[in-house]
Design a protein around this ligand. Sequence first.
Ligand code: NDP
Length: 449
Amino acid sequence: MALLKQMLKSIREKNPNEPEFHQAVKEVHESILPVLKSHKDYVEARLFERICEPERVISFRVCWTDDQGKVQVNRGYRVQMNSALGPYKGGLRFHPSVNQSILKFLAFEQVFKNALTGLPLGAGKGGADFDPKGKSDGEVMRFCQAWMMEAYRHIGQFTDVPAGDIGVGEREIGYLFGAYKKIRNEFQGVLTGKGQDWGGSVLRPEATGYGLVHFAHFMLTEVDATLENKTCLVSGAGNVSQIAIEKLLQEGAKVVGFSDSSGFIHDPEGMTEDKLRFLKKIKSGQRKSISVFADNYKSAEFTPKGKKTIWSIPADCAFPCATQNELDENDAKTLQQNGLTLLAEGANMPCTPKAIDYLQASKVLYGPGKASNAGGVAVSGLEMTQNRMGRYWSKQDLEKELRTIMKAIHEKCLETIATHGLADLDYLNAANIGAFEKVAKAMNAQGTI
Ligand code: NDP
């Protein structure tokens, strides 16, 4: 036991000033302690410490020229975390908050998430402290080209295949792909989330949001409930949120709140397809604040960012889809006291550890992001397969495949709950243990490397 505690302490000491990374590691460590206790071989092979140590961290200078002709300098990253199951795979985040801690936590989470998909995917994450907000298309393009000027030598279809994340959507993937192609003179599936006419999977933009709602559906089935007529909150207003809202509407749910970095919207009348179209236009097209939504719809009220959060709105189901640590213990309490039945994470690590403890203790159904938002990377995995085959699959086939994968992840969680004697519907520990066992086994088989 002392050795196992020491393990966490030494990981913290080895990675100072990385609070998000420590948070992600501690959660998994707590889940897998019983597995380590019964697997002396895993402890001797130091598998947990190895999983916590990235195989490679690349950090580099990205210089570009803005529209005024001024030179700008940013820091780019790629964290190549684990390749036990396949090539490094995980998104790129362009946001001013990006640093090594955030990318290491995201890459660490990705190891477990990708393992749960059952696809041959290793794990990585990358990006830059670049803020695409307020930049012209030309500036974003020059930044992407400059990022790729360094990154191209570290990635490739069999080595490392990045995708999008916060601040990186189809526009950025296009510029990055074009730069890679120009430098290498090769048209290869080096990135996923590409445009649908040049190698992209038709379902990739929808995959995370659809997968999230499928997972919530399977969770609710366990308590004989459905999403129909459930009042829902979806934080964020980006790719994952918009699509989660779309799917929730298809399932007959009522979405009464969403948010962005400027505040949140409460619309008691609920979203409609028309309203969603408008939301997509102002966020993805015009890149404006959601306050514009309230200017357009009388039933909607905008609350600027402050003490009050979207989680103060009473709801049956909550889907945090914005960013890490966006929902704390107080939010969890308010939600639960207002009658919350289910919370499923679309974002990565959106709930603080205390919020998760509270939700688990109060028997709210809690779907951890590693399991519930794995649909995005799963369809990225399918995009990689399609690129290698040199063909496209139909939307119907991909939708079927995505649902099958999300169902399999859910079943894997239930199976792990049963085999490890976990508490009823303890998806958190099940996802961590199930994924750890898979990666640990593969690493053990591949020797000490
Ligand atoms: P986008 O950039 O498309 O959207 C992010 C949204 O979150 C924006 O609406 C943004 O607001 C909002 N946001 C960011 N920071 C805050 C904050 N501090 N408070 C409130 N709102 C905030 O990103 P994605 O939708 O792609 O990603 C969202 C989350 O989902 C991330 O955690 C990501 O890691 C995770 N994820 C994404 C996947 C994908 O396929 N894209 C796959 C799996 C997980 P604003 O517009 O004002 O900036």
